[in-house]
Write a protein that binds this ligand. Structure first.
Ligand code: ATP
Length: 354
């Protein structure tokens, strides 16, 4: 299960041969999943130190958030769960969105690959979703202009569309992919999605070896469900990306499997691909730990710890495909801790402690 890598190296903190990484457990199942990551790293002798920051979901101030952002700026790299924002104060925006905006993490990449022995709608899916991560409907510019009329602004900029499109094509080129498909609704949103589509088209002219096509978001959803194999690399604005990512992750086994990567020019943040909180299953030892462990493997790849990354990915693949240790979301009966112990068994036997 090699993952598509962003072409450009980004800075990261390293002290005495060990990497420092910010860890934001978030709410719901986040803290237990992070405990599993720490356990696997400890047992595998993986040279990463975590700076763990818990953000209080009920807080009406942003002190924790600001501290977390400062930590990511210092370390360059972060692993996170989904952070809840329970404050009733409408001025307190989603902390997840705030982190992405503050750090200018303009790109989200989800590489969705099937695991052979997971029961799923489709086999052999292998699609890379490149999603704009900081604008579109997530600009969060909403107001009630007159009583009963709410306006919400969707922002598409040429700058962000251009750098997203460039990265999508570079990713395709560097990972031996042959096609990039832009997803849009330019037939209705002629100016905003029109700009996005036009930018992708123009960028494609610089990459004559990569086929370029485009598809309207509604047709895209239907095509994904009926024949996902036609897609290779997909590039799209923010909200479509949220929906498409969830559809594709659902096709290969659901929320507990696939990881996601957020990149800007300076920072990288790793998390489960579908960004769920999973409050309803928190503390039940049933959450699937794989998506977060895959995120930790992506993080190790980014840090340049190729061997450790491969160890975790191999352990995951053996656990899911050969030993079939599956949590209930995959129709199995294993506990989260059974999956983690099985992974640790392999992480220790492949290379062992360092
Ligand atoms: P919340 O109320 O905070 O939104 P939730 O559990 O109701 O939490 P989501 O966080 O949106 O819902 O998650 C969507 C679904 O995916 C839920 O059924 C959740 O249990 C499931 N899910 C998410 N992550 C995992 C995981 N790692 N393992 C198993 N199931 C998961």
């Amino acid at each position: 299960h090699p993952q598509a890598q962003r072409p450009v190296g980004l800075p990261r903190a390293r002290y005495g041969g060990r990497n420092a990484v910010t860890m934001l457990p978030g709410g719901g199942i986040g803290p237990e999943l992070m405990d599993y990551v720490k356990e696997v790293f400890l047992e595998g002798g993986i040279p990463v130190d975590f700076e763990t920051i818990q953000i209080d979901p009920k807080s009406d101030n942003n002190d924790d958030l600001e501290y977390a952002i400062m930590s990511i700026r210092r370390n360059g790299v972060c692993i996170k769960g989904n952070i809840e924002t329970q404050s009733l104060d409408s001025a307190i925006i989603s902390r997840n969105v705030a982190i992405r905006n503050e750090l200018d993490l303009f790109m989200n990449v989800i590489h969705v690959q099937s695991y052979n022995n997971i029961r799923s709608r489709h086999k052999n899916v292998d699609v890379i979703v490149v999603r704009q991560n900081t604008e579109g409907e997530y600009a969060m510019l909403e107001h009630e202009s007159v009583k009963g009329v709410v306006e919400s602004m969707k922002v598409i900029t040429k700058t962000n569309s251009t750098r997203l499109a460039r990265n999508a094509f570079e990713l395709a080129k560097n990972n031996g992919r042959s096609k990039v498909t832009a997803i849009h609704k330019a037939n209705i949103m002629k100016l905003s999605d029109g700009l996005f589509l036009e930018t992708c088209k123009n960028m494609s002219l610089n990459y004559p070896d990569i086929k370029f096509d485009h598809m309207i978001i509604d047709n895209c959803c239907m095509q994904l469900v009926s024949n996902p194999h036609q897609f290779d690399v997909m590039v799209m604005p923010n909200l479509y990306g949220s929906i498409v990512s969830n559809v594709i992750c659902g096709l290969v086994g659901g929320a507990g499997i696939i990881s996601g990567k957020n990149y800007g020019d300076h920072y990288a943040v790793f998390e489960p691909g579908t960004r769920n909180t999973g409050s309803s299953i928190a503390g039940t030892n049933t959450a699937n730990p794989i998506a977060m462990l895959n995120a930790s493997a992506d993080m190790l790849e980014h840090l340049g710890h190729r061997v450790h990354c491969d160890k975790i990915r191999t352990a995951i693949s053996k656990t899911l495909n050969e030993d079939m240790v599956h949590t209930p979301d995959l129709n199995g009966t294993a506990k989260s801790s059974d999956v983690v112990q099985n992974i640790i068994k392999y992480v220790k036997s492949i290379g062992g402690r360092i």
